[in-house]
Design a protein around this ligand. Structure first.
Ligand code: F58
Length: 837
């Protein structure tokens, strides 16, 4: 209702008793105690760190809700064009510290809890991560939400509320074991259940054709009640930094529509009576734990449609509130597809417009293609989504018809442009003509979007030259562009590295760099100041001490914070080549053993740190973890090398562990085979925190190199355009293995690191598997680059200058820059600041 319709007296009461915005220490304490008493039903006598966390979280939540409401109110009043970011993964991590910092409450609340007998660090440490994502793609979505909120864009995220997030990783005898991540065990203060916002989602059934009163052929999709599930909304508020704006991620949870099969129950079939209910709840039960790999499970397809259907129905409902004509839809709504996982949204919107709204096909299709844009995150063939036609037909019969029609009209248009080129038609077709047929989701996403982008310059170029080449030929170059990824400096520097953040703020004279990362350039003028460098080193050192403590706590291994910390943390995947890293470690170890004690005194001691999860079904990746741990066992217990080398595998790498590791790194490794890592985003986080990187000429490494300059990065290896030839050579010619690599392999095979039979399948990927990821081809160049790192680290002053220049030149990689590009060049949206009340 309109404000003018509400009686003045009522408004006055709301004004008087409305939730205040008081952010001072006393208001915090009052609210904290109220939550302990009423929300938690505890008292001063039985409150532990966890309850203190809950009470603090609820106090912050109250403030968030206020901002969230004000933001929604502002959006409703202005009714601007909104962007909807559809992502199957939002890897948010913890929320409390982030909210305290973004809302500017940290100091007051810190003092507040102290007086109540707690330490803020302990309270923050009680929170479990929201781990609704696998890796880069999911974390990117989280960084983008932070930037959308900070820049006041009218944006919504849409995703799934998995009951189980990414599995927790333990190590047993050096092998990975997976445990379920039941993250909702305790109440989750960072979500607002909207039990009144429910949407029915249909599956299966049949399609009926009929002719309507105007003589038009129409379709209705009908199904049985038992095949309908309900989507329930849970809203996750995302506060911006230094703004009152707070946007929303709406996560859907599945519930049965029909609660109970009474007939079955009365027949005494108790299990069957609740079976449908369980099947419905299964849809959002678990996040699929694969990174850069497609699994063709029916449940996964059900997840995708469930999410897409609920989200679109919500988006369309919001649009309809404004009573604007349908041809204005794409002026009010932009939808970004985070990879191909939400591609069915294209089909669903076409279905809504044609079947439900009665709009002509061509007109509907124009609206659809003007609405959607698609981001691709990988070029690896095994990650490309394809769904068997029979499976789609069974679950979504009407959608399958529409896909065939979209394909027919598309191929007809191609044929008009390129008559008699049957090969081109086959290559572009949305349907792969195999037995059974498959739907190629990337093709559907391209055809149904007005813009397609890759996530780093090289990646976007490779897309155009390889997998999307024929589409470029048909559509022209303009439809395809690049949006280099970015990361939020709020979480990845200000929050994760408070010491460095404080130093930077002091040097630059304000906190403005947190909203305009280009201002870091101002650090350059401090590089030559001895005192500044000293403080820079002190910050890094204290981060290393913090990580050393964490390593001791989580692995029992003691490491020396004065050693060079060499880090590779990311999902374990053959293309990321953690295997090459550990082979390099063995090479180093063998070299160290040959030295005399005197010679060893000259060596820079190293701690090589690994972390990352392997997909549970990825056998080779799991062997890499085992090899790292076996090698670590031998090296860490070999006194003869006098602590010049330590190897650590930190278990259960996740967002909050990353926040401890990244600020403590001296050098980190981003060593994928050239052309395989679309962008990488941790590379940006490390460099922003003054860590140098050792990397291949791949993904965003290339653009980081461009920004920070030759002197501040260690690059090595073959280039992307050499990869095809090298692979071809491995396949058809007998290429001898690099001698240093062969020596290392021999060492493993001799049983030096335990029963070598375990590792045979892994070794075979190089010796008999044609070395698809080119470890042998890059090995010597990798070792040479490592030598340069050792040398450079000896000159501490020079190293520190490099470290400062690294941070100083990272302005480009703020997710604010990325989001601004999307907003201006793809979505066409403007900021809408919430009113300050
Ligand atoms: C990653 N992809 C890319 N996919 O590998 C990385 O280079 C890039 O920086 C990042 O996206 C952000 O653009 C990625 O994380 C997945 O995890 C998918 C999850 C769902 C199944 C398929 C892989």
């Amino acid at each position: 209702i309109e404000m003018s319709e509400i009686p003045k007296e009522t408004l006055a009461l709301w004004e008087k008793y409305g939730v205040g915005e008081a952010d001072d220490k006393e208001s915090f304490q009052k609210s904290f105690i109220r939550h302990v008493t009423t929300t938690l039903a505890r008292s001063v006598y039985n409150i532990d760190n966890f309850s203190a966390y809950q009470a603090t979280a609820h106090t912050v939540r109250d403030r968030l809700i206020k901002r969230w409401n004000d933001t929604q109110q502002a959006h409703t009043e202005v009714d601007p064009k909104r962007v909807y970011y559809l992502s199957l993964e939002f890897l948010l991590g913890r929320s409390l510290d982030n909210a305290l910092l973004n809302l500017g409450l940290k100091e007051n609340y810190g003092e507040g809890v102290k007086e109540l007998g707690f330490r803020m660090e302990d309270i923050l440490d009680e929170e479990v991560d929201a781990a609704l994502g696998n890796g880069g793609l999911g974390r990117l979505a989280a960084c983008y939400m932070d930037s959308l909120a900070t820049l006041d864009y009218p944006a919504w995220g849409y995703g799934l509320r998995y009951t189980y997030g990414i599995f927790q990783q333990r190590l047993k005898d050096g092998f990975q074991v997976e445990l379920p991540d039941y993250w909702l065990n305790f109440d989750n203060p960072w979500e607002l259940p909207r039990l009144d916002v429910t949407i029915d989602v249909k599956f299966c059934g049949t399609v009926n054709r009929y002719t309507d009163e105007t003589g038009k052929v129409r379709h209705v999709w009908v199904n049985e009640d038992k095949d309908t599930v309900q989507a329930v909304a849970y809203d996750v508020p995302i506060p911006g930094y230094g703004t009152k704006n707070c946007i929303n991620i709406r996560l859907w949870s599945s519930k049965p529509k029909r609660k109970f099969n009474l007939k079955r129950f009365n027949e005494g079939q108790y299990e069957q009576a609740v079976q449908e209910q369980m099947e419905a709840e299964n849809i959002t039960a678990v996040l699929y734990p694969n990174d850069n790999h497609m699994v063709g499970k029916e449940l996964r397809l059900k997840q995708q449609y469930f999410w897409v259907s609920a989200s679109l129905s919500d988006i369309v409902r919001r649009f309809k509130k404004s009573s604007k004509p349908w041809d204005e839809f794409s002026y009010q709504v932009a939808i970004q597809l985070n990879d191909t996982h939400p591609t069915l949204a294209i089909v669903e919107l076409q279905r809504i417009l044609v079947d439900l709204e009665g709009i002509d096909w061509d007109e509907a299709w124009k609206i659809v293609t003007n609405t959607f844009a698609f981001t691709n995150h990988t070029i690896l063939p095994e990650a490309m989504e394809r769904w068997p036609v029979p499976m789609v037909q069974y679950l979504l019969p009407r959608h399958m018809q529409i896909i065939f029609d979209i394909n027919l009209f598309f191929l007809q248009a191609v044929e008009r442009a390129y008559p008699d080129d049957r090969e081109l038609l086959a290559k572009l077709s949305i349907i792969e003509e195999s037995t059974p047929q498959f739907v190629r989701m990337a093709h559907l996403a391209i055809v149904g979007s007005h813009r397609v982008n890759g996530v780093a310059a090289l990646h976007s170029e490779l897309l155009k030259k390889t997998i999307f080449k024929d589409f470029v030929r048909y559509y022209g170059d303009e439809k395809f562009d690049n949006k280099t990824n970015g990361i939020t400096p709020r979480r990845w520097l200000h929050q994760a590295n408070p010491k460095l953040s404080e130093l930077i703020t002091e040097a630059l004279g304000s906190k403005n760099w947190l909203k305009n990362l280009e201002l870091l350039k101002g650090l350059k003028s401090h590089v030559d100041k001895v005192d500044f460098r000293k403080r820079w080193v002190t910050a890094k050192h204290s981060n290393k001490v913090r990580l050393a403590e964490y390593i001791k706590k989580s692995t029992g291994i003691i490491v020396n914070p004065n050693a060079l910390f060499d880090v590779q943390v990311k999902r374990i995947h053959e293309y990321k080549r953690q295997f090459m890293n550990i082979l390099g470690v063995i090479h180093r170890y063998n070299a160290l053993k040959k030295l005399t004690s005197q010679e060893r005194a000259d060596i820079v001691p190293r701690v090589v740190i690994f972390g990352g999860k392997a997909a549970p079904g990825y056998y080779i990746a799991k062997l890499v973890i085992k090899l790292i741990n076996s090698v670590a066992d031998v090296i860490n217990n070999d006194n003869s090398i006098e602590d010049t080398l330590k190897v650590v595998f930190i278990p259960d790498y996740n967002v909050s562990v990353a926040e401890i590791i990244i600020p403590a790194s001296d050098i980190s490794q981003h060593i994928s085979t050239a052309g395989t890592e679309a962008s990488g985003t941790s590379n940006m986080k490390f460099v922003l925190n003054g860590g140098l990187i050792l990397g291949t000429v791949d993904g965003a490494n290339i653009e980081i190199h461009e920004e920070i300059g030759d002197d501040n990065i260690f690059m090595f290896g073959n280039l992307a355009d050499q990869v095809d030839d090298l692979r071809h050579a491995h396949r058809y010619r007998n290429i001898p293995i690099d001698p240093s690599l062969q020596a290392v392999i021999n060492d493993i095979e001799s049983g030096h690191f335990g029963d070598s039979r375990i590792f045979a399948p892994l070794i075979n990927t190089i010796t008999h598997g044609k070395d698809y990821y080119l470890i042998s081809d890059d090995f010597q160049s990798y070792l040479d680059a490592q030598k340069l790192v050792d040398e450079a680290y000896k000159d501490k002053e020079e190293w520190t200058k490099k470290s400062i220049l690294c941070s100083a030149n990272m302005g480009k990689f703020s997710s604010d820059r990325a989001i601004q590009e999307y907003a201006e060049q793809i979505w066409n949206i403007d900021p809408v600041p919430a009113k300050r009340s």
